[in-house]
Design a protein around this ligand. Structure first.
Ligand SMILES: Nc1ncnc2c1ncn2[C@@H]1O[C@H](COP(=O)(O)OP(=O)(O)OP(=O)(O)O)[C@@H](O)[C@H]1O
Ligand SMILES: [Mg+2]
Length: 206
């Protein structure tokens, strides 16, 4: 690669790294009470929008590092007898996620990123084409639906794999309102989101 192009790539990586830090700090500055409230309001928002209503198999994630608290939403989905799936780092396809059923009885472990995940049991892994709704975490989003994640490319890989499936899930990011910024720098592999749900509104970019 030419030195100038390499330099630009390094600069872009640095900008993305700094943005991640800034938005992580903003999330982490929320108090436990604010997080609890945001999690409850997220359920209200979820209930208000038709796009979320009919999904039987729902992939979401267990909140980590200040991410909007998803436990109230998980409880709501359980109460509706929906099937909830959460990500597991694939044991040998590096960078890929598997989605495994999550119930109050699921045996959990900490993965190498320090995030709780179900102990792998292939009987409970859901193929991507059987999910009707995928709710993704994010660090920041912009007014065009661009998404900055944790930096592992896990959801970018999942969303690109989803594009090749016959039955495609609805995809929405979950976020605090303070994770919104006007324009995020993007890379060629980034997949924008059609929806982002916060505790106060649904952003629709499609
Ligand atoms: N579809 C893909 N196939 C292979 N590598 C990918 C793909 N998408 C992203 N990557 C790689 O993953 C790395 C991190 O990507 P990026 O900075 O966009 O992460 P992110 O979107 O913040 O993370 P995440 O999706 O896990 O929340 C990059 O080095 C990128 O090359
Ligand atoms: Mg990305």
């Amino acid at each position: 690669m030419a030195a100038a192009a390499m330099n630009m790539q390094t600069q872009s990586a640095k900008i993305r790294k700094d943005l991640r830090q800034t938005f992580r700090n903003k999330r982490l500055a929320l108090s436990t009470a604010q997080q609890m409230k945001a999690g409850k309001q997220l359920v209200k928002q979820f209930q208000e929008h038709a796009v979320f209503q009919n999904a039987q198999n729902v992939a979401l994630y267990l909140s980590f590092n200040g991410e909007i608290n998803t436990q109230a939403l998980i409880d709501h989905l359980w109460s509706l007898k929906r099937n909830v799936f959460v990500p597991i780092l694939h044991p040998f396809c590096k960078g890929q996620l598997l989605f495994q059923a999550y119930t109050p009885n699921t045996k959990m472990r900490h993965n190498q990123l320090g995030i709780l995940e179900p102990v792998l049991d292939v009987r409970y892994v859901c193929p991507l084409e059987n999910l009707q709704l995928i709710l993704t975490p994010l660090v920041a989003f912009d007014t065009s639906g661009n998404r900055l994640g944790m930096g592992g490319g896990f959801y970018d890989r999942t969303l690109v794999a989803l594009q090749n499936k016959k039955h495609q899930a609805t995809v929405a990011g979950l976020a605090h309102e303070l994770q919104l910024t006007s324009t995020l720098p993007t890379e060629t592999w980034d997949i924008p989101l059609p929806y982002i749900l916060t505790s106060s509104k649904l952003y629709s970019f499609s």
